[in-house]
Ligand binder design. Sequence first.
Ligand SMILES: NC(=O)C1=CN([C@@H]2O[C@H](COP(=O)(O)OP(=O)(O)OC[C@H]3O[C@@H](n4cnc5c(N)ncnc54)[C@H](OP(=O)(O)O)[C@@H]3O)[C@@H](O)[C@H]2O)C=CC1
Ligand SMILES: O=C(O)C1=N[C@H](C(=O)O)C[C@H](O)C1
Length: 271
Amino acid sequence: MADMRLVVAGAGGRMGQALVRLIGATPGVVLAGAIERAGSPLIGQDAGRLAGLEPNGVLVTDDPLALLTGAEGIVDFTAPAATVELSALAAQMRIVHVVGTTGLSSEDMARLRAAGRHAVIVQSGNMSLGVNLLAAVVKRVARSLDAEFDIEILEMHHNRKVDAPSGTALLLGEAAAAGRGVDLAGHADRVRDGHTGARQKGHIGFATLRGGTVVGEHSVIFAGEGERIEFSHKAESRTIFANGALKAAMWGQGRKPGLYTMADVLGLADL
Ligand SMILES: NC(=O)C1=CN([C@@H]2O[C@H](COP(=O)(O)OP(=O)(O)OC[C@H]3O[C@@H](n4cnc5c(N)ncnc54)[C@H](OP(=O)(O)O)[C@@H]3O)[C@@H](O)[C@H]2O)C=CC1
Ligand SMILES: O=C(O)C1=N[C@H](C(=O)O)C[C@H](O)C1
């Protein structure tokens, strides 16, 4: 089978550069294009050189439509508005759209679901194997512990991150809520400030730290009477996310259109 031709959206960003490097080193995929937003100073630059490699001849453009006609997939770690637009183009082209972008609203998710009628969309707040396994463990543990155990989710990221709580923290919160059989939206304490009153039983709390160059760290804490169970994941490199994203792209090729998650890709969905 011919190599899967992939376009990287946000190719000049932290994740975009990691993807360009990994695509160059991964059998079965080839870099078919690189996109940045209109007006970006990166337009016209060589994507390989931007990623710290030898020039690869793929020049960054702001015209996704032209690139996607010659591609089987797009890997997208950008911003919510861009991701929603790209999902509509992926639907038009009937290709695979891997969405790593976080900070998506429920309206954005509805747009991705609609695009999934025609495209294969794989969306996850964290593409790593470790975090998706952690989510499966958290769901299972939450099923066994009642609301006497308070669930708190703590995350830390680098000082350039723009959304909070992180996509991973929310994914872990969804897993905990699913294990408990409740909906996260009605049970999440995403921010605490001032005289909040005592903790509400059954709620899932989030705490956000930002600083330095931390790639991504998450802990889920089950705090009970006289004991505490903690599960953590520490990302040491962005390659783990890029690796998951490429796995998702190849998994999606030839699959029925739909909105999928990394749990589907990794065979963890029924845990
Ligand atoms: N799911 C996962 O496993 C992971 C998800 N992420 C998420 O991925 C996203 C990107 O993270 P990161 O790489 O660190 O961020 P960066 O800011 O480094 O990169 C984002 C890139 O996307 C570009 N961009 C913005 N709008 C558009 C557009 N309309 N078209 C094309 N490119 C665009 C930005 O350009 P400009 O700077 O000019 O705006 C920038 O180059 C975040 O939402 C982050 O949370 C990150 C790591 C793992
Ligand atoms: O912005 C980041 O850097 C990351 N974003 C994702 C998130 O919001 O959880 C995944 C990872 O933790 C890095």
